[in-house]
Write a protein that binds this ligand. Structure first.
Ligand code: NI
Ligand code: MN
Length: 226
């Protein structure tokens, strides 16, 4: 079964093998580039890279509506659980959780992680990237991160087919570092993420030019069958 990838905008995706759909960082409400509403998202699982609002997004509403399991860092899962989500997979970088449809592994990311709302600021553990295996295909979603040399090791260990890499600069890698990151990970395809959502992360994705990795620039709302 081919993998169907839907880009939700910013760092958000739906990955489906036709039976199981996994949402990653489903930030829709308040996302100026989103084309989908959280009420329209159908999924079995949600993988979160870290606690920032532009990644947690609509997770609680989507998880509750779909009875979806949320995968994320230990403290982040505790926060999501405190908001009423029942099915949680607490993890940390380096660990892997096997599922009926594949597995999720969390990886390191160089960033920060907290959940900041009007009335609270909560530490949400380590910021992470995620390796997701669905229907036999492995996807690396780097989360928000700077480049790091061990991306090469992650590529060797997990051999992802697709890498979703932030290119927006300021809070994450910019496009030139992200191109080096793609070369380190060495997937077949790289999808640039976390750019052009707001003016501070405006970047021309044409600057993202890794060698020997095919770049797939996706528009928010676009679906691609791999
Ligand atoms: Ni962040
Ligand atoms: Mn972010």
């Amino acid at each position: 079964m081919p993998l169907t990838i839907t880009y939700l905008g910013h760092s958000g995706f739906l990955f489906s093998d036709g039976q199981t759909t996994i949402a990653v960082d489903p930030f829709l409400t308040g996302n100026p580039k989103a084309t989908m509403k959280s009420a329209d998202v159908m999924c079995n699982a949600i993988v979160l890279t870290h606690g920032h609002a532009d990644h947690v997004g609509d997770t609680v509403a989507i998880a509750q509506k779909n009875n979806a399991t949320v995968f994320g860092a230990f403290e982040l899962c505790n926060l999501i659980g405190s908001k009423g989500v029942k099915s949680l997979e607490h993890m940390n970088p380096g660990g892997r959780v096997k599922t009926s449809w594949g597995w999720v592994a969390l990886t390191q990311a160089f960033h920060s992680s907290s959940y900041d709302a009007d009335d609270e600021s909560v530490y949400t553990g380590q910021p992470c990237g995620a390796m997701i295996n669905l229907g036999g295909t492995t996807i690396y979603h780097a989360g928000d991160t700077a480049i790091f040399g061990d991306m090469k090791l992650l590529g060797e260990l997990y051999q992802p087919t697709i890498a979703c890499l932030p290119i927006g600069d300021r809070f994450t890698m910019g496009p030139e570092h992200a191109a080096r990151a793609a070369e380190f990970v060495n997937p077949k395809y790289a999808i640039p993420i976390h750019y052009n959502t707001w003016p501070p992360i405006e970047v021309d994705p044409a600057r993202f030019k890794p060698k020997d990795v095919e770049v797939k620039v996706m528009k928010p709302g676009e679906t691609w069958k791999v």
